[in-house]
Write a protein that binds this ligand. Structure first.
Ligand SMILES: *[C@@H]1O[C@H](CO)[C@@H](O)[C@H](O)[C@H]1NC(C)=O
Ligand SMILES: *[C@@H]1O[C@H](CO)[C@@H](O)[C@H](O)[C@H]1NC(C)=O
Ligand SMILES: *[C@@H]1O[C@H](CO)[C@@H](O)[C@H](O)[C@H]1NC(C)=O
Ligand SMILES: *[C@@H]1O[C@H](CO)[C@@H](O)[C@H](O)[C@H]1NC(C)=O
Ligand SMILES: *[C@@H]1O[C@H](CO)[C@@H](O)[C@H](O)[C@H]1NC(C)=O
Ligand SMILES: *[C@@H]1O[C@H](CO)[C@@H](O)[C@H](O)[C@H]1NC(C)=O
Ligand SMILES: *[C@@H]1O[C@H](CO)[C@@H](O)[C@H](O)[C@H]1NC(C)=O
Ligand SMILES: *[C@@H]1O[C@H](CO)[C@@H](O)[C@H](O)[C@H]1NC(C)=O
Length: 766
């Protein structure tokens, strides 16, 4: 396909900037008094936004309208409207992916936070929101300087349901509740409408990629043609959950549809999904955008739509408002002429996009005179912002193994061997959808701040092609030092957009490097896995020469300092795994293309994620150690919840099996669980309490257990903190049955918090 080349260009990493005229520049904005073109009603900030948008769209010709349906818009000089470039990204800091943002001049870099998978591992909702606030402050400063747009296509909240997915690093992990809370908090932080005026956005966020998207490129299956076969149950119970929360609780200003098909229909042309679910059921107050070139992709590669005009009309009729790409700009006018789509449907798409721009203040005249107008270069890469990037990395890092050697005592170590292909990396630490960071602290630099260090990479890069001399040098270096830190794992050459893995083992000779270096080391050996997705590191878990293991995600610009702070005990780790770590046989036996969450014992399919997967794990979801010990004590929890018989919606042999959660008798029922957390060790630390529920086993294909709430608490050494969970019975204890309806199963629900278990019986009273 000729378009295939275009697609790769458009979504590639390390993006090209637009040269010259297209880049939005400072001093070029609509309703600019100096142009004299500011007396239109759409420029009048005293009028309601709806009236202003109607006035603006009413002034456009059809030819002008269709050129506003694409991300690189055309200027309309007679109305004083310059080019607007919709595509900016801010996944974990302002990114340079997309046409809308460029670094340089007065703002050469921005704070680069850890990749989202590591920030998720902090399980700290206030941190997620605070990062969003800092990122949007830096983004708005870049807009004011003419270096960015106001519309950021972040976050990525697809469920990380397969460990091989190359984009798992961008996501908050495998659990729908965690992904929902991440989406809500990060979006509220970016947009900052929270508690304020919903018609005033700081920047506009976007939850993507709707929906059931997470095969990029695996054994010949490409996202551009992949048809995700998804049950209503999995859609309602897993894939749609973070999007729903992003729209309903986060009030996000945009949702992006995905490249793939869902049950035979490209998502960007699916009226049930876009107009039905997103706009209809969830009442999105914002716009729906395609993934980049996805309209062209479904026409040219999926052969959806008989003609380009049909394909364009399908998108707009489905509820798509903006094309990242050029297809709608090229074919919509003819589609209107051929009556495949009405001009009023085009108008509605523009109303949705212009409303967001109005809420951003884009038509309010000089940006410097508006809220956030004072933000500038001095607000980017501040000490506080960079300190938060360090804090996020520290909070996310997960301690997977410790024989007691960690933390290392710097004064006992006069030489530390720092070894491995990721031991002194810079841009590996910022993963994908990154920008240009303020600065880097590599692991080697971070560790060198604590003690004397020796460096040997062991392999030329993470592919770690056999090289005896490099391994020999590493072994020699380790054998001469008092302790060893090995930093291995992946980078974007192994797991990335358009690149899924086929194996969960460490690549090339990395395992040999780790084993041989550990064997030659005299003192403690710490293995650090720097990666987005999980690895099968059973060999290291079982190797007594390896004293400790850390997973550090791709930890952002300050990653090396955070790793060193954890290893030397300046920070007590409290991160928990946001994904299951599966053994290699999962990658051997499970097709990545099978979207089912639930196991199938007729085929041996083991199911996915801690909620359904029935096989062995290397490490479980939620796993993570600390340098102190926390004990839980159940203080209060009821044993019985009683509901009237008329709420029953599923009868099974004369007994009620489940209640409909939409039934009025099920509303407002709450349940309090109080737990004391005691820090029984000698170090202060933060601890995550996961409250899981195992529903009664029934015919409804329930999860084995599901996370219903979590809390992170800081507990001083020797102290006890009380944690309150307030459960909404119908929301928190319900499950989704086969047709996608949410139900509360009758019977015994087993609550788990750490090793505490408590049974709550949901019963019917006649
Ligand atoms: C803006 O709209 C208000 C409210 O309708 C009106 O009173 C005012 O005259 C308008 N301003 C301009 C400059 O047209
Ligand atoms: C959560 O993150 C905030 C920063 O946003 C930090 O101040 C706080 O200590 C963290 N909470 C815990 C319990 O670690
Ligand atoms: C979504 O809206 C449609 C149309 O109004 C309705 O039939 C359907 O039941 C709704 N779905 C949910 C899950 O609310
Ligand atoms: C659409 O119809 C108008 C009016 O007939 C015509 O001027 C225009 O060229 C047509 N555009 C396309 C793309 O067919
Ligand atoms: C330092 O090393 C000495 C001697 O091996 C040992 O007794 C001591 O416990 C170590 N200190 C720490 C803090 O690990
Ligand atoms: C470590 O990386 C930094 C940053 O790229 C570089 O300046 C330094 O020379 C490297 N150190 C070693 C020992 O290779
Ligand atoms: C091994 O690595 C060294 C150092 O990078 C390099 O000079 C040498 O060519 C490599 N040997 C092989 C066999 O690749
Ligand atoms: C498969 O699952 C069904 C229903 O849960 C159960 O009755 C059956 O024993 C299972 N079969 C095997 C082989 O595990």
């Amino acid at each position: 396909m000729e378009n295939f080349v275009l697609v790769l260009f458009c979504i590639g990493i390390g993006m090209v900037f637009n040269g010259g005229s297209l880049v939005q520049s400072a001093g070029s904005f609509p309703c600019d008094p100096s142009t004299g073109l500011n007396s239109f009603p759409f420029c009048n900030t005293s009028l309601p936004i709806g009236d202003r948008v109607k006035d603006l769209v009413g002034r456009l010709t059809l030819q002008e309208k269709v050129q506003q349906l694409v991300d690189q818009t055309t200027a309309i000089p007679r109305l004083g409207i310059p080019v607007y470039l919709w595509w900016s990204e801010a996944l974990h800091g302002v990114s340079n992916v997309g046409h809308g943002t460029k670094f340089g001049g007065s703002i050469p870099g921005a704070t680069s936070f850890p990749t989202v998978i590591l920030t998720a591992a902090s399980f700290n909702t206030s941190l997620w929101k605070e990062i969003g606030q800092v990122v949007s402050t830096e983004a708005r400063a870049m807009y004011n300087a003419g270096q960015a747009g106001l519309t950021f296509w972040s976050p990525n909240v697809n469920i990380f349901r397969d460990p091989r997915w190359g984009r798992g690093q961008e996501t908050p992990g495998e659990d729908p509740l965690v992904a929902s809370l991440y989406a809500t908090n990060y979006v509220q932080g970016l947009q900052e409408t929270n508690g304020g005026d919903p018609n005033r956005l700081k920047v506009a966020a976007c939850c993507k990629h709707y929906t059931a998207y997470d095969v990029d490129n695996w054994k010949g299956f490409q996202r551009y043609t992949f048809d995700a076969i998804v049950s209503q149950q999995d859609l309602e119970d897993t894939y749609d959950v973070p999007f729903k929360s992003c729209v309903l609780n986060g009030n996000v200003a945009s949702v992006m549809c995905s490249y793939n098909k869902v049950n035979g229909i490209p998502t960007c042309a699916d009226k049930n999904l876009l107009a039905g679910t997103i706009r209809g059921n969830w009442s999105l107050n914002g716009y729906i955008v395609s993934d980049c070139d996805s309209v062209s992709v479904y026409y040219n590669q999926q052969h959806y739509g008989a003609t380009p005009e049909d394909a364009a009309a399908d998108a707009i009729n489905a509820g798509l408002d903006l094309d990242c790409g050029s297809f709608l700009g090229q074919h919509t006018e003819a589609a209107v002429n051929e009556s495949k789509v009405t001009e009023s449907a085009v108008d509605q798409a523009l109303i949705n996009t212009f409303t967001v721009l109005m809420r951003l203040g884009r038509f309010d005249g000089d940006p410097a005179q508006q809220p956030y107008g004072n933000l500038g270069p001095n607000d980017v890469c501040t000490n506080d912002n960079q300190q938060l990037a360090l804090e996020a990395a520290r909070e996310g890092i997960v301690l997977l193994k410790n024989d007691g050697s960690l933390p290392l005592a710097a004064k006992n170590i006069s030489s530390l061997a720092v070894i491995g292909p990721n031991a002194n990396v810079t841009n590996t630490m910022i993963g994908n959808y990154a920008g240009i960071p303020c600065k880097y602290t590599t692991p080697f630099q971070g560790l060198s701040a604590y003690t004397q260090t020796l460096y040997a990479p062991g392999c030329a890069n993470v592919a770690c092609i056999a090289n005896d001399s490099l391994i020999a040098e590493a072994v020699q270096t380790a054998s001469s030092a008092d302790a060893t830190v090995l930093i291995v794992g992946g980078d974007l050459s192994l797991e990335a957009e358009s690149l899924d893995r086929t194996s969960l083992l460490l690549p090339g000779q990395q395992q040999q490097l780790v084993t041989q270096v550990a064997d030659a080391s005299k003192g403690p050996v710490v293995l650090v896995i720097m990666s987005g997705g999980p690895f099968d590191i059973t060999f290291a878990k079982d190797d007594n020469k390896i004293s400790g293991i850390l997973w550090v995600g791709y930890p952002g610009e300050a990653g090396g300092a955070a790793i060193a702070d954890v290893i030397f005990g300046a920070y007590n780790p409290g991160g928990k795994l946001p994904v299951t770590w599966y053994p290699e046989d999962f990658a051997v036996n499970v097709p990545m293309t099978n979207m089912n969450m639930r196991p199938d014992n007729t085929t041996g399919y083991p199911g996915r994620t801690y909620r359904f997967y029935t096989g062995n794990t290397v490490y479980s979801f939620g796993y993570g150690l600390s340098y102190t010990k926390f004990n839980h004590n159940l203080v209060k929890a009821p044993e019985l919840v009683s509901l009237p018989l008329d709420a029953c919606s599923q009868m099974k042999s004369n007994s009620c099996e489940a209640l409909s959660v939409t039934h009025t008798k099920c509303q407002g029922l709450s349940l309090e669980v109080h737990v004391d957390v005691n820090n029984a060790g000698s170090r202060d630390g933060s601890h995550v309490l996961f409250l899981f529920s195992a529903p009664p086993s029934s015919t409804l294909e329930t999860p084995q257990k599901q996370l219903i709430q979590f809390r992170k608490v800081h507990v001083h050494a020797g102290a006890t903190e009380r944690v309150l969970f307030n459960l909404d019975v119908c929301k928190d204890l319900s499950i989704v049955e086969q047709t996608g309806t949410r139900m509360l199963p009758v019977g015994s629900h087993l609550l788990h918090i750490g090793d505490l278990q408590h049974s709550v019986s949901v019963q019917i009273s006649n």
